[in-house]
Design a protein around this ligand. Structure first.
Ligand code: HEC
Ligand code: HEC
Ligand code: HEC
Ligand code: HEC
Ligand code: HEC
Ligand code: HEC
Length: 512
């Protein structure tokens, strides 16, 4: 009779996770889980851009949470092994799940709910971690002291609303993974202080610019020509203004918009310009090759170019960042900064010799930012002490000093050794060789023609005016370039950079 009776249903054994190790795991998981729930909830409800907060919520805490879950499981595994060792045969090798038994059903439901919660949180967390590690705040602020210059300059650039990742990573999984791997390398370098400041160019592994920039600026939408007004101010008592209106021959990028003409010719669909830069900053270019369609390539060499082919590994195909190399991290020269500020009336042209004094204040070498700000305040207050007697004069001088201090903080980073002197801007020919790296009329091809320096090749002078006339009314006079201050043909003696470039501008403005 006893043998006919069904075997008694197995009693509910204590769960495998009821042991000291798993218990510790539970504490960790519950505490961190609660914290995570609060932080993620707060982040969703009151979204604030705080990189440190995000590092904790999406990178640090999840690791501990996963650690807690692991400890629970590990404790369970040890318990399972202990039970098998102490009473072999009493337990089946793997658990038999029978959801007809209420207690097993409850465990399965509880387990499934926990797993769903865990995966739900992981999904939100992973997505946010992905978003966050791609955000400018993460790139620019977590590596605070290292990338402060890049981040600050970026925030004042035309691309301030474009995420770092849009230029530095672009779309597609392949580059995402590639950049995260180099990113890990960088995080390691920051943690171990083995990075190099100022951060050198070119950015190794920077994705070809055409794959990133063209996500937003596709060649079909380039304008044919665009007018640029450029303002300059002299270092004299009245801060004499000079205005140029240049019609930049940008050039279209599709057959119906005039492909093959103008400045953007270099990146035309059937054009390939390759060049050999002899230095890291790509300022010295002795060899250039232009290939148009199927025609045989034309090679241009500077006078000091060694004979034979240049080293193949160092050759670059010209793309956007060979001209627009500072689309986002723009460190301006004192001259450029002050001229723009005077033109926009952020600085007052009515303060005598302001251009010269401001140049001296910004161009000096300072050991760190606080010293620089204090020194700018002191020297300018002294220069204009006569004006600060009246309340209006005092307010004006204070305002100008404040503006200069702002300009300094946005463009000079003595702690990281970063300023305009470190990163040349290739987009013109006034302070840096820029276009004249090739267009200096001295890069000759074997058919005897040189890369042109003709003033009308790239822009047409629509108007230029000096002194009070610079402020209008605007009348377009056109005509060839006239050097300001009645200096006649002085500009024909060399390139603008010879007298106005790095090192030279201090000499020009020093005299007065
Ligand atoms: C509009 C595109 C763009 C954006 C947005 C952008 N960068 Fe860059 N970045 C560049 C280019 C182009 C270079 C220089 C490449 C070269 O000349 O080799 C560069 C260079 C750098 C360098 C090397 C140092 C230097 O100044 O050359 C660092 C570091 C850097 N970027 C960090 C960042 C960070 C951090 C952000 C976001 C806060 C960011 N970038 C946003 C395009 C961009
Ligand atoms: C995510 C979109 C996006 C990407 C990627 C991007 N840009 Fe831009 N770019 C913009 C926007 C928006 C502006 C501002 C347009 C305006 O002010 O009218 C701009 C402006 C510019 C300008 C005009 C700047 C000025 O002084 O007004 C240039 C030049 C430029 N971008 C070059 C580049 C280059 C080179 C790259 C690649 C390294 C690049 N951009 C990548 C969106 C982008
Ligand atoms: C040979 C140098 C050179 C190359 C290469 C070049 N640009 Fe330009 N680009 C210029 C100059 C010069 C201007 C005129 C505006 C100025 O001087 O500020 C300009 C203007 C622009 C403008 C603003 C005017 C407009 O038409 O919208 C954008 C945006 C731009 N470039 C993006 C790009 C992108 C993207 C690439 C790569 C696909 C590229 N450029 C390649 C030199 C170049
Ligand atoms: C790496 C060398 C190099 C640099 C840098 C360079 N160019 Fe050129 N550029 C060339 C070559 C090569 C040609 C073709 C010359 C020829 O065919 O005679 C050319 C041709 C041109 C043309 C004539 C295109 C046409 O309509 O046929 C313009 C305009 C031009 N460049 C503008 C610029 C501007 C503006 C800059 C600076 C922002 C610049 N280039 C920088 C190499 C360069
Ligand atoms: C290869 C193309 C090219 C040639 C050749 C060229 N320029 Fe320019 N020029 C530019 C570009 C690009 C800019 C920058 C515009 C800007 O600021 O965005 C510029 C800027 C200027 C400016 C304003 C400078 C400033 O910032 O104060 C003047 C003036 C000027 N050019 C005169 C000349 C004269 C004179 C010649 C002939 C000797 C000449 N250019 C030849 C491309 C060229
Ligand atoms: C041989 C030297 C030389 C060359 C080359 C030269 N300049 Fe000048 N430039 C001067 C001198 C000297 C002054 C007067 C400086 C002063 O007033 O203290 C001056 C003044 C100016 C000014 C008035 C603002 C200022 O900073 O004083 C402008 C603008 C200017 N030059 C533009 C240009 C441009 C654009 C080019 C190239 C096309 C050029 N210059 C080439 C020597 C030169």
């Amino acid at each position: 009779m006893a043998s006919d009776a069904p075997p008694p249903p197995p009693a509910m054994p204590p769960p495998l996770t009821r042991n000291t190790i798993s218990f510790l795991g539970w504490i960790v998981t519950v505490v961190i889980g609660a914290l995570l729930a609060i932080l993620v909830g707060a982040d969703i409800l009151f979204h604030r851009e705080d990189p440190y907060n995000s590092v904790i919520t999406y990178l640090v805490l999840p690791v501990f949470f996963a650690g807690g879950v692991f400890i629970i499981l590990f404790g369970g595994f040890l318990e399972w092994r202990r039970r098998h060792r102490s009473a072999p045969g009493e337990y089946p090798p793997l658990p038999i799940v029978d959801i007809n038994r209420p207690w097993e059903r409850r465990r399965v439901i509880a387990g499934a709910a926990l797993l769903a919660l865990f995966f739900g949180f992981s999904a939100v967390g992973t997505y946010r971690a992905y978003q966050f590690t791609d955000s400018p705040a993460f790139c620019g602020r977590v590596c605070h002291t290292v990338m402060k210059p890049e981040y600050t300059a970026y925030q004042h650039s035309p691309h301030a609303r474009v995420a770092c990742a849009e230029c530095h990573i672009g779309s597609g999984a392949e580059w995402y993974v590639k950049m995260k791997i180099t990113g890990l390398h960088q995080v390691w370098a920051v943690a171990t202080h083995t990075y190099h400041l100022p951060i050198p160019v070119p950015v190794e592994n920077l994705r070809p610019a055409r794959e990133t920039c063209e996500e937003c600026h596709w060649p079909e939408k380039f304008s044919d020509s665009m007018e640029k007004a450029i303002w300059r101010f002299s270092p004299d008592e009245t801060n004499t203004a000079v205005r140029y209106n240049l019609l930049m021959r940008v050039g279209g990028g599709s057959p119906d918009r005039g492909e093959g003409r103008g400045i953007h010719w270099h990146i035309g669909r059937n054009v390939t310009v390759r060049y050999w830069p002899r230095d890291r900053a790509r300022s010295d270019i002795p060899w250039v090759e232009a290939r148009i369609g199927e025609a045989p390539p034309r090679v241009f060499r500077s006078a000091d170019c060694p004979p034979g082919d240049p080293p193949a590994a160092e050759i670059r195909v010209m793309d956007c960042i060979d001209c627009h190399n500072r689309p986002s991290h723009i460190y301006q020269s004192p001259n450029q900064l002050i001229d723009v500020a005077l033109a926009n009336r952020v600085l007052d042209t009515s303060l005598p010799f302001l251009k010269r004094n401001a140049m001296d204040a910004l161009a000096a070498d300072y050991p760190d930012t606080p010293t620089a700000l204090a020194s700018i305040d002191r020297t300018l207050s002294e220069k204009y002490s006569a004006l600060t007697k009246g309340p209006r004069g005092e307010e004006q001088v204070k305002r100008n000093i404040g503006a200069l201090q702002n300009l300094y903080q946005q463009n000079f980073f003595p702690e990281q050794g970063v300023s305009w002197k470190i990163y040349p801007n290739h987009q013109g020919h006034y302070e840096f060789p820029g276009c004249y790296r090739c267009h200096d009329a001295r890069h000759a091809s074997n058919d005897g023609k040189a890369i042109s320096k003709d003033c009308d090749l790239c822009h047409q002078m629509l108007d230029q005016a000096e002194g009070d006339a610079a402020f209008g009314p605007f009348t377009y006079h056109g005509g060839p370039f006239q050097h300001p201050r009645n200096l006649g043909d002085i500009w024909k003696e060399g390139n603008c950079t010879d007298c106005h470039g790095l090192g030279a501008s201090a000499r020009l403005t020093g005299g007065g």
